[in-house]
Design a protein around this ligand. Structure first.
Ligand code: GRF
Length: 201
């Protein structure tokens, strides 16, 4: 399976996918890494792993629609079986969402606390359990069908950084497991329910 991974930040989820795919039995490998900005550790990780990279900055395009088309064209050129948005901080447009299955990861238990500050919002709400969600991306903000979730306890002394770090440890393992299983076993979507495996035929 061919993966294109999209990043906007430190890229530790990307690194986990790169590490997992070093074992051929994982069944998937990262064929390209795309970003919406330069100078991020995620791009350095790709280069260190000899994986080609591309950057499409929104500001370099006359319109959002033009950026959407450019991102989709870049992705398409690598012929992925699956696109993974791993800490990619932009909503993907129809040209990408409509053309490829896109897996997204979020550091909260959706549908609670969607958006860019899922960890901060969960802490501010005072929840005692939060976690991470792996979902299929759709055109909304963290609204796509949920594939898998894992719970993480909020500790009394947690701040946003400590809680996010603990969530990310769980999140990386879950993302690696789910992406691998999707590529190896296939998946079906019925309504909002995603089922891995059980492919007929
Ligand atoms: C992850 O928690 C992801 O869900 C998010 O930001 C973090 C990205 O981390 N929204 P990294 O860039 O993979 O290290």
């Amino acid at each position: 399976g061919r993966l294109v991974v999209l990043v906007s930040g430190s890229g530790t989820n990307l690194q986990a996918l790169l590490d997992a795919s070093a074992d051929p039995s994982y069944g998937a490998r990262v064929v390209a890494v795309g970003a919406d900005r330069e100078g991020i550790a995620g791009l350095d990780r790709a280069e260190k792993a000899n994986v080609p990279t591309f950057v499409e900055k929104l500001a370099d395009h006359p319109s959002r629609a033009d950026w959407d088309a450019a991102v989709a064209a870049r992705i398409a050129s690598y012929e992925p079986d699956l696109v993974v948005a791993a800490g990619f901080m932009k909503i993907l447009g129809e040209p990408t969402i409509g053309a490829f299955p896109v897996v997204n990861t979020h550091p909260a238990l959706l549908p609670s606390f969607p958006g860019a500050h899922g960890v901060r919002d969960a802490l501010a709400h005072g929840v005692k359990v939060t976690g991470c969600t792996v979902m299929l991306a759709d055109s909304g903000v963290d609204t796509g069908p949920i594939i898998a979730q894992e719970a993480v306890a909020v500790l009394p002394d947690d701040d946003e950084a400590s809680l996010h770090e603990r969530i990310k440890t769980v999140e990386r393992d879950l993302l690696v497991e789910i992406v691998g299983r999707m590529v190896r076993e296939g998946w079906t979507v019925s309504g909002r329910v995603v089922r891995i495996g059980n492919q007929t035929g």
